[in-house]
Design a protein around this ligand. Structure first.
Ligand code: XMP
Length: 325
């Protein structure tokens, strides 16, 4: 099949155009897979979620969704995947709690590239094990979108479950492969997915693993997850959700002295990052109101275990990158 978006294809900007696209793709998927089973790695990100919702509409329980919780997801994400897909859409969803596996493999690993490699390789291993438990799978669905094919920009979604062994090479089902991100969101909304899933900010494949600097430990991972949840909650309450392109917290692997309950305490700092960009090649820092920064600082130092300072990263890209790694 061609990998070039047909020139005749209209840009999907409205609910009506999205519904027409959905009807067309439902028919195409039915024609491609018939009554065979399709496997999908469902991360809960925008693209895999939209593929899942579309395929559930087309083939129901013949879509087997595998959600791997590698322990590096944001607070509430695995629960939302279960709620939306298993409870609301009645999907055939396999939830794999692989938290210990991933964290054991990552223990003591400091080098960022090495951490990424371990996360990627372990993901394939877990997915392969789950694929082997399923009978009669002939197809693999992927949330490939057009920018992945064009390979434009550094925001590369790591959808492709490449590296599966020969006997598990399935035929691909890629219903979104000619869509741009904004079109995927319009289609996701038309499929009834919740806004906070469809309009999610970008989140790297290795997840919080790139925001827990140095060797990942469970206590620091928890601190980055909890502080990220507070930041997101406060941005949502204060009208910044959907306005700021990407915002998150980072936890470095050093401690500094502070004072808590009248005693000196050696604890970690948490770094806040909030940036705007068009293409992630360059980025500017959001001018977050100072009072809000103070409020977030107060909440994080009071509510997140092991943290005694909060810093705000004022660095645009360049010279900084968006993530810290
Ligand atoms: P940097 O840090 O290079 O990030 O300025 C640019 C954008 O890319 C995202 N990012 C990733 N996305 N897998 C992804 O899907 C990754 O491994 C990855 N690493 C960085 C980052 O969040 C930012 O939006």
């Amino acid at each position: 099949m061609s990998n070039v978006r047909p020139e005749s294809m209209e840009r999907i900007t409205t609910e009506a155009l999205a519904q027409a696209f959905i009807a067309e793709q439902v028919a195409a998927v039915k024609a491609q897979v018939g009554d065979k089973k399709v496997l999908l790695a469902l991360s809960g990100g925008v693209d895999s979620s939209v593929v899942a919702a579309l395929l559930i509409k087309a083939i129901g329980k013949n879509l087997v969704c595998v959600h791997v919780n590698h322990g590096l997801l944001r607070k509430g994400e695995p629960e939302q995947v279960i709620e939306v897909f298993r409870n609301q859409m009645d999907a055939n969803l396999v939830y794999v709690d692989a938290v210990d596996r991933f964290l054991d493999k990552l223990a003591g690993v400091v080098e960022p590239e090495q951490k990424r490699k371990i996360i990627g390789a372990e993901f394939i291993r877990v997915f392969e094990e789950e694929a082997r438990k399923q009978d009669g799978i002939e197809f693999l669905a992927q949330g490939t979108i057009y920018p992945d094919i064009l390979e434009s920009g550094p925001v590369k979604a790591h959808h492709n479950v490449g590296g599966l062994p020969e006997d598990l090479k399935f035929e691909l089902v890629e219903p979104l492969k000619f869509l741009f991100k904004d079109e995927v969101r319009v289609v996701g909304k038309a499929l009834g997915l919740p806004d906070n899933m469809v309009f999610r900010q970008p989140f790297p494949g290795p997840g919080l693993g790139v925001r827990c600097l140095g060797a990942i430990t469970r206590d620091r991972l928890e601190a980055v997850r909890e502080s990220d949840a507070i930041l997101r909650e406060e941005f949502a309450k204060n009208g910044l959700e959907g306005k700021v392109w990407q915002y998150f917290t980072v936890i470095p692997d050093f401690k500094s002295v502070g004072v808590k309950d009248g005693k000196r305490s050696f604890e970690w700092p948490v770094i806040l990052r909030a940036v705007n960009t068009k293409d992630a090649m360059t980025a500017t820092v959001e001018d977050v109101p100072f009072a809000l920064l103070q409020h977030i600082t107060a909440r994080i130092t009071a509510e997140v275990k092991g943290v005694n300072r909060v810093l705000f990263d004022l660095t645009p890209k360049p010279t900084g990158t968006i993530e810290w790694e």
